[in-house]
Design a protein around this ligand. Structure first.
Ligand code: ADP
Length: 245
């Protein structure tokens, strides 16, 4: 079987923090070569879900599987090795290094030589259309470039699945459109399954093949752009059911 055909699935995932349930019975599937959106109001559980799918949060109940493999029990490190990479809301770059070295360090960490890692990092920056960033110090990088480098660093793992946590935060509409084009290329050209969490709902709807909507820890709607746009439940979640008479 082609490994690229395996999907990353959450099945009945629940996360409780003490008596509070951040996620209740969440089931979703991330398929290769497609972009999936995860939206919902503040506190809906989006970041918690990404943390579960990337091994930063153990589920209280339910399962996370990669093909037939139960990966819900793996550490973040082991999940990266299994092909699941993520970005973070804050950059987390090594500020003493330039951009190329920030990426190459990841390759070295995976056991590649420094030279091979630098070649791969440069190839990636070229592919993303930002080769000019290679020798720029990571410290003081403009915010949008920092976001791009965060994605590049995740791509250094050559992941089967890439989870993006608020990648467009602080971006202008033009910059967000560039990001959308990049996300589409990651899915279509690299065959990566993408999960995109964003406050920018317009961006999510424009770029996603399939969107999940979380509210108070539960999936209240899923489907393509048309389904989400037409959903009364989604509008109620964002604007409050009481608002409309
Ligand atoms: P979102 O990303 O959709 O804004 P989060 O996943 O960050 O939502 O949070 C969902 C809910 O879980 C929030 O009410 C939040 O306060 C709570 N929560 C998140 N992480 C923890 C934690 N480590 N301990 C206790 N409560 C948490």
């Amino acid at each position: 079987t082609d490994i690229r055909q395996v999907s990353l699935d959450a099945s009945g995932v629940t996360v409780a923090f003490g008596g509070f349930r951040a996620l209740t019975d969440v089931t979703l599937s991330i398929t290769p070569g497609a972009v999936h959106g995860l939206i919902g109001p503040n506190g809906a559980g989006k970041t918690t879900m990404v943390n579960v799918l990337t091994g930063f949060q153990a589920p209280t109940g339910g399962q996370v599987t990669l093909g037939r493999r139960d990966v819900g029990v793996l550490s973040a490190h082991d999940l990266r090795r299994a092909g699941i990479a993520r970005t973070f809301q804050a950059g987390r770059l090594f500020t003493g290094f330039d951009v190329l070295d920030n990426l190459a360090v990841t390759g070295v960490g995976l056991g590649h030589s420094r030279h091979a890692s630098e070649v791969e990092a440069m190839r990636l920056l070229d592919w993303m259309g930002v080769p000019h960033l290679a020798e720029v110090p990571a410290a003081g990088l403009p915010y949008t470039d920092e976001r791009r480098v965060g994605i590049a660093r995740a791509l250094m793992f050559a992941p089967q699945f890439l989870l993006l946590d608020e990648p467009a935060a602080g971006m202008s509409e033009t910059e967000a459109a560039d990001l959308a084009a990049l996300i589409n290329r990651v899915a279509s050209d690299l065959g990566t399954g993408v999960l995109l969490i964003e406050h920018n709902v317009g961006l999510v709807l424009s770029v996603s093949d399939h969107v999940y909507v979380l509210d108070a820890g539960q999936i209240i709607e899923e489907g393509d752009r048309g389904v989400i746009t037409a959903s009364r439940a989604v509008r109620d979640a964002y604007f409050g059911a009481d608002q409309e008479a």
